[in-house]
Design a protein around this ligand. Structure first.
Ligand code: NI
Length: 270
């Protein structure tokens, strides 16, 4: 068990470092909170993939399962054509892992073909390695293809541009002291000049649904494509507050309607 925790901690650290390189704002917000005396734990980390024989949810889940994570619930995001599962570790300080996949059978032939062609460029050795969840983009692609994908599926274009790495980390608000109210936390973030995703309101979900979430908007970062370097939306930082179910235990699942809006945090700023 101890070995498993050390191994998974190393992977989570690798994911965090990769994520902060792409999203320096997350590290700055993390530092802002710790400077206020907070201990920042993660509620969950989100990963993206495609429904494909080589790359389904299982390709990312297997390493987490190997080190003690257990599959819990699954989710359908009809409009965004996504299917997702979440995993929990018996060691409750470890974040949940939320893995979604784009359902290729439901997208256009263009998106289907493009994503399948990208998938063919990945080696099985990479998929089978422990650091697959933060290996980055294992294929070559053009900005032209990125834009075409984005017209139909922002999710597909993000995955094509960034590959396999955390899309977001999520601060566990319940563990904060001064900022245990999501509205107070949001105000603090805005006072520090962070732009929040306001699609569907700044706070997604409610105490009634046992989960409230907010997030920053992903800032645009330069990405190298075969036809040059271009600015595209990167990763965002999320914040989650959970409420107790009638049995007194904190709800640990996700709310599909809220996550649907949260996915839009990597949309291009208008
Ligand atoms: Ni999330």
């Amino acid at each position: 068990m101890q070995n498993n925790i050390q191994a998974i901690q190393n992977i989570l650290n690798g994911m965090w470092d990769d994520y902060c390189t792409l999203n320096p704002a997350a590290k700055k917000i993390y530092n802002l909170l710790t400077a206020q005396g907070e201990i920042v734990l993660n509620d969950h980390i989100a990963l993206r993939t495609i429904q494909h024989p080589k790359l389904g949810i299982e390709s990312l889940a297997k390493t987490f399962k190997k080190y003690g994570y257990i599959e819990k619930s699954d989710y359908i995001f009809k409009e965004k054509k996504l299917y997702a599962k979440h995993y929990e570790h018996p060691h409750s300080d470890l974040p949940k892992i939320f893995i979604s996949e784009l359902e290729l059978s439901k997208v256009s032939p263009f998106v289907q073909t493009t994503m399948s062609e990208l998938a063919e460029q990945i080696s099985n050795d990479l998929i089978n390695s422990d650091n697959f969840s933060y290996c980055g983009r294992p294929w070559k692609m053009s900005f032209e293809t990125y834009n075409k994908l984005a017209q139909e599926s922002e999710y597909a274009s993000w995955l094509a541009a960034f590959g396999f790495r955390p899309n977001h980390f999520t601060v566990n608000i319940n563990q904060l002291k001064k900022f245990s109210d999501i509205t107070v936390l949001n105000t603090f973030l805005k006072q520090n000049d962070y732009k929040l995703n306001s699609s569907g309101g700044e706070i997604k979900g409610s105490a009634k649904e046992y989960l409230e979430q907010s997030s920053t908007m992903a800032s645009e970062i330069p990405v190298a494509f075969t036809d040059g370097s271009h600015l595209v939306p990167g990763c965002y930082y999320e914040f989650a507050k959970r409420y107790a179910l009638p049995d007194g235990k904190l709800y640990q699942g996700f709310v599909a309607a809220s996550a649907d809006k949260i996915f839009e945090s990597t949309n291009k700023l208008k």
